[in-house]
Write a protein that binds this ligand. Structure first.
Ligand SMILES: NC(=O)c1ccc[n+]([C@@H]2O[C@H](COP(=O)([O-])OP(=O)(O)OC[C@H]3O[C@@H](n4cnc5c(N)ncnc54)[C@H](O)[C@@H]3O)[C@@H](O)[C@H]2O)c1
Ligand SMILES: O=C(O)C[C@H](O)C(=O)O
Ligand SMILES: [Mn+2]
Length: 571
């Protein structure tokens, strides 16, 4: 339904208004507005409601045969009219989120240069580093910026170095699921080159065709950008997405104390996985501390998840850090991370979790001394197996059935994206465990059939989009200058408290994506309240008003009324 909430004073008229996606209403401009803004002759006669427009756009969407064409259709809708774009997707959340986000957006990013029509957001090119402030201000002057989503595109989902991409999709999810005003967000690509030879060979590649800049020059470039954000938008949340693993961790540590920075792959993934695990241990009537956890793929996500769960064991179950560390067995491309590996094969963030080599005497290893997943599973008998390795099919039938021998209800999360990279298809994991596994995946999967006529098992979508929009909205709502570990845990706890499996152990471990806006709202309230408790909220209102303020601050895709004003908004 078209509803009018506020009146905006706009200095834009005619084509300028029709071509501005923030303000354009297309056929939904009222007859009055058409007169006032010089649109009468520029539009066909009949005025539509937003619902009517959504109906038409939905039919057009459906006529696009495959997911990537649906993705480009929605993308061009976003270039035309934000209210219609978000309004349409909000009305069809389950169907359309996988199109504008994971898994389809992964393919769209891989084909970015070929699908390219129009740019969006801010591109900061390494060769123009001396003009960075000028370029930044050109895009942001006169605007309120609450949120900056930045990528250097080195580790896009599980598909690696893509040169440019991802920040616009993550930013759209903040609006769609978090209610963040899209005009107050800025999606940034730091184009520091690419090591993807296919892109470098591609004449149509739109990024800077150069090997990735690394080391001191890279650090200085990123630092220059972060300092610009701090200088011009000191209160905004700075969200890092899909940086390469060593930069991701280092950047988070470098800026965490001085600005509200957030690494989605490390912290967002850690938080959503913690929530799913809290629910799963509720189903098995055990505690986090009772688990033996194998993490397969110790990169940004794997290490972020490990540390998040470790910290929760310490906080919730009273373990010492050392005791909690011992609950984990991490594997990376050189097999189990154990003390006999050369030091350059163990990332600094993994140091707490290195297994003593002696513990593995007598366990089979290859001629390089590496211990593989199956032997780890046979030895450890894990209760929890988490995959974030980008290795499709790595959780073989042997691995899963061996795990099942030692755990009545094995907890198996295959989190690699997009769908084709999943470590085990949840349908197989379900079949191989006789329907006993507690399952979650990073991309959406259909429910699994259960034996003995039991109802289908809904596979929880353990994707950071179920929590990061709420974490972010909570932080920016109370203008917190930091995103603390406790704020993140508060968000994860709130998410877990909304899980269907809490009421019915045969139900999903996480809430469904069709209620993701509600879920993220609840997370935002919990996060902002926690910021108040820590004394780092920086607003004139108090903790008790959080829910009301969160409600008032939500951006919704509805048309509002416009009046012409030559001194009004002109962008
Ligand atoms: N579900 C989610 O919300 C979510 C969030 C973040 C990342 N992910 C997914 O997790 C995967 C990893 O993402 P990331 O950001 O951590 O990337 P990353 O590159 O930081 O980590 C991947 C790790 O897997 C390791 N690896 C590669 N081959 C391996 C093998 N054969 N055995 C064991 N380990 C191996 C790599 O060495 C690396 O350390 C991606 O597919 C990504 O889409 C999912
Ligand atoms: O983008 C996603 O779907 C989740 C995650 O951030 C990823 O890198 O896979
Ligand atoms: Mn990511």
């Amino acid at each position: 339904m078209t509803s009018t909430r506020r009146t905006h004073r706009l200095a834009l008229r005619g084509n300028e208004l029709l071509h501005n996606p923030r303000w354009n209403k297309g056929t939904a401009f009222t007859i009055e507005e058409r007169k006032e803004f010089g649109l009468r002759g520029r539009l066909p006669s009949r005025a539509n409601t937003l619902d009517e427009q959504c109906g038409r756009a939905y039919a057009q969407f459906q006529s696009r045969g495959d997911a990537i064409h649906k993705n480009t259709f929605l993308h061009s809708l976003k270039e035309q009219n934000w209210v219609l774009y978000y309004g349409l997707i909000a009305r069809n959340l389950k169907e359309m989120t996988p199109i504008i986000y994971t898994p389809t957006q992964g393919d769209a990013i891989a084909q970015y240069s070929h699908l390219f029509r129009r740019s969006e957001g801010l591109f900061l090119h390494f060769p123009d580093k001396d003009k960075m402030e000028e370029d930044y201000l050109e895009q942001t002057k006169g605007r309120t910026i609450d949120l900056v989503v930045v990528t250097d595109s080195e580790a896009i989902l599980g598909i690696g170095d893509q040169g440019v991409g991802i920040s616009t999709a993550k930013s759209a999810i903040y609006t769609l699921l978090g209610g963040v005003n899209p005009s107050n967000t800025l999606a940034v690509v730091l184009d520091v080159g690419t090591d993807n030879q296919d892109l470098l060979n591609d004449k149509l590649y739109v990024g800077w065709p150069h090997k990735r800049v690394r080391g001191k020059e890279y650090d200085e470039f990123v630092d220059k950008f972060v300092q610009l954000v701090r200088k011009h938008h000191p209160h905004c949340l700075l969200h890092f997405e899909d940086f390469g693993v060593s930069n991701a961790q280092a950047l988070l540590e470098r800026y965490n104390d001085t600005h509200a920075v957030f690494n989605d792959d490390i912290q967002g993934t850690g938080a959503v996985t913690l929530a799913a695990l809290m629910t799963a241990v509720g189903v098995t009537k055990s505690t986090l501390a009772d688990q033996r956890i194998v993490v397969y793929g110790a990169g940004s996500a794997g290490l972020g998840i490990t540390r998040q769960i470790r910290d929760a064991m310490v906080q919730a179950d009273g373990l010492s850090v050392e005791e909690a560390n011992k609950r984990f067995y991490l594997l990376d491309r050189f097999g189990l991370i154990k003390s006999s590996l050369p030091s350059d094969q163990i990332r600094p963030a993994a140091h707490d979790f290195v297994r003593p080599a002696e513990e593995w005497d007598g366990v089979p290893q290859n001629n390089k001394g590496e211990t593989g997943l199956l032997d780890v599973v046979k030895t450890v008998r894990p209760t929890v197996l988490i995959g974030c390795s980008t290795q499709a099919g790595a959780f073989t039938k042997d691995v899963i059935t061996t795990m099942k021998e030692g755990a009545e209800r094995p907890i198996i999360f295959s989190l690699s994206n997009p769908s084709r990279l999943v470590e085990v298809d949840p349908k197989d994991a379900n079949d191989w465990t006789g329907g006993m596994a507690l399952l979650a995946t990073g991309s959406p999967f259909p429910p699994a059939k259960m034996p003995n006529g039991k109802k289908d098992y809904i596979i929880a979508e353990c994707n950071n989009a179920l929590i990061y929009p709420g974490l972010g909205y909570g932080a920016l709502l109370c203008k917190s200058r930091r995103m603390t570990d406790k704020m993140i845990i508060a968000g994860a706890q709130r998410l877990a408290s909304l899980a269907p499996a809490l009421k019915d152990p045969d139900d999903a471990l996480l809430p469904d994506f069709d209620v993701a806006p509600h879920v993220n709202f609840e997370i935002a309230v919990a996060v902002a309240e926690q910021a108040f408790d820590e004394g780092i909220a920086d607003v004139s209102w108090g903790k008790e008003e959080t829910r009301k303020k969160a409600e008032e601050g939500l951006w919704r895709p509805v048309y509002e009324e416009y009046k012409f004003d030559k001194d009004g908004v002109d962008w």
